[in-house]
Structure formats: structure tokens, C-alpha cells
Design a binder for this molecule. Structure first.
Ligand code: PGA
Length: 261
């Protein structure tokens, strides 16, 4: 059985003080949560203080991006090794905002994903189609190419250090979430693409999240789908109330799964 994972992507929000306050509230309110992994992705400058604050908790810290080199003359970049040093245990890679505004290509995403895993972090690999691509029936082709790039250097042994986030670009920050059926269908085809690459037992254990306007209102319906193993949450992760509600929805889907005896 796959453990659901809920990650809050704070994007470019929150000072250190604001981030510490939000992280502390989340930590306290999810302390009793079992069988769901929880992480938050603050801005780089807040990672170390927040990771220290969360050190004795079940909530982990993620980077939102990184470079693939570990050190050297790369002005303005941050390496996965330094994210690990600051206390992060995950790093998001290939988010559509990186692809759209900073030119991250499928090849770049593959280099970064490999570097993240090499630095003993878990890579949250984002894939997803634009509205035009969905309308033109290109969703599967686009995602196939994104997966080919992202996984180009990743071996099947490394898959335990990967989470995929399916984030349709048209659903991010728009309030237009994919329907639970749309999300389930595309995520099932992502699992098929990965099972062709690595074999079905490996693809069956890999966690695939949905992201794009997830809120306390739609979380339970989305997370109840059989192939959806959590959520990458943007806007709703900036308030403890809404983020904790989404974590709670994930715990309900675990409880609803019949025990295997
Ligand atoms: P959203 O963002 O929840 O605000 O749509 C999701 C994301 O960009 O990861």
C-alpha cells in the first residue's frame, strides 16, 4: 500500500517569521496524524530555520527547485547537497512555473532529479499539460516526453526516492481543479508509462500526487481515487486551517482502505 503524501508548496511567500509561525501551527495540528507523509516547501531563506523548528516532528521540509551541480561557479544557484545540509529531505523539480518562466526543459528536469536523488533527497517530479495541449489531445504525448526527460538517469532502485506530481497547468492557481475522474485517468496513464519503463511492481509502489487548486472542498474526492497518492498544494497550503483539512482528508482515505489480513 502506498502512503499518501501531502506537500505544501509555499512558492514565493512568507518571511522567516511568518514561515516559522505557519510551520509551527501545522506541526502541532498534524502531530497525531498517522499513515500520511506531510512536507512543506518554503523559500530557500527559510529552509534552515523551519527545518530546525520541525526537527522533532513528523513534518518534513522540501526545496522548491535546485541546480544539478553540487558546488562551483554557478552564481545564484542552490545545490541539492546544500538543501540537505539546511535540513530539507525533499526537493520539487520541474514545476510548471519553473518550466514556463525560467525555461527548465525536460533534459534539465532529468539532470536536477538525478542530482536530488544523488544527494539523498527525494525528488518530487512535476509533470502536466497546458490547456491547449489537453484540448488538442496531446496530454499523453506531453507527459510521456516529460517523463522520458525526468527519468532518463533514474534507475529502478532509485524509484523509492521519487514522488511524481501530476499538475495540469490549467488547474494551477486558477480554481479550475481537474475533476477527480480526469485526475485519476491521467495519473493511471502516468503509472502505465512508468510501468513500461520500470515494470509494474516498481510503478505500483511509486507515489503519484495530484496538484492544481486542491482545497479542503475537493481534497477528499480527489484523494479517494485509487491511483492518487496525495496532493501538491499551493494556495491552500498558506493557511494552516486549509492545509490541515487536506491532510485530514488524506487520513480518511487511509482509514477507508480495508485492512489486508
Ligand atoms: P495551487 O498550486 O494549489 O495554488 O493550484 C499548486 C502548485 O502549483 O503546486
Amino acid at each position: 500500500m502506498r502512503t499518501p503524501i501531502i506537500i505544501g508548496n509555499w512558492k514565493l511567500n512568507n518571511t522567516i517569521a511568518e514561515g516559522l509561525a505557519l510551520a509551527t501551527e501545522i506541526k502541532n495540528r498534524v502531530a497525531a496524524t498517522r499513515h500520511v507523509d506531510v512536507a512543506i516547501a518554503p523559500v530557500f531563506t527559510s529552509i534552515a530555520p523551519i527545518a530546525q523548528r520541525l526537527a522533532d516532528s513528523s513534518v518534513s521540509v522540501a526545496g522548491q527547485n535546485c541546480y544539478w551541480e553540487s558546488s562551483g561557479a554557478w552564481t545564484g544557484e542552490v545545490s541539492p547537497q546544500l538543501l540537505h545540509d539546511a535540513g530539507a529531505r525533499y526537493c520539487i523539480v520541474g514545476h510548471s512555473e519553473r518550466r514556463q518562466y525560467y525555461g527548465d526543459t525536460n533534459v534539465d528536469v532529468g539532470r536536477k532529479a538525478f542530482a536530488i536523488i544523488d544527494a539523498t533527497l527525494t525528488a518530487i517530479i512535476c509533470v502536466g499539460e497546458t490547456h491547449a495541449e489537453r484540448t488538442n489531445n496531446q496530454t499523453n504525448d506531453i507527459i510521456q516526453k516529460q517523463i522520458d526527460g525526468a527519468f532518463s538517469a533514474i534507475s529502478s532502485q532509485q524509484l523509492t526516492h521519487v514522488v511524481v506530481a501530476y499538475e495540469p497547468v490549467w488547474a494551477i492557481g486558477t480554481g479550475n481543479t481537474a475533476t477527480p475522474d480526469q485526475a485519476q485517468t491521467t495519473i493511471a496513464s502516468i503509472r502505465t508509462i512508468l510501468s513500461k519503463r520500470y515494470g509494474s511492481p516498481q510503478a505500483d509502489t511509486l507515489r503519484i500526487q495530484y496538484g492544481g487548486s486542491v482545497s479542503p472542498k475537493n481534497a477528499l474526492d480527489i484523494l479517494s481515487k485509487p491511483d492518487i497518492d496525495g496532493a501538491l498544494v499551493g494556495g491552500a497550503s498558506l493557511k494552516a486551517d486549509s492545509f490541515v483539512e487536506i491532510v485530514k482528508a488524506a487520513t480518511l482515505t487511509v482509514a477507508a482502505t480495508p485492512m489486508v489480513r
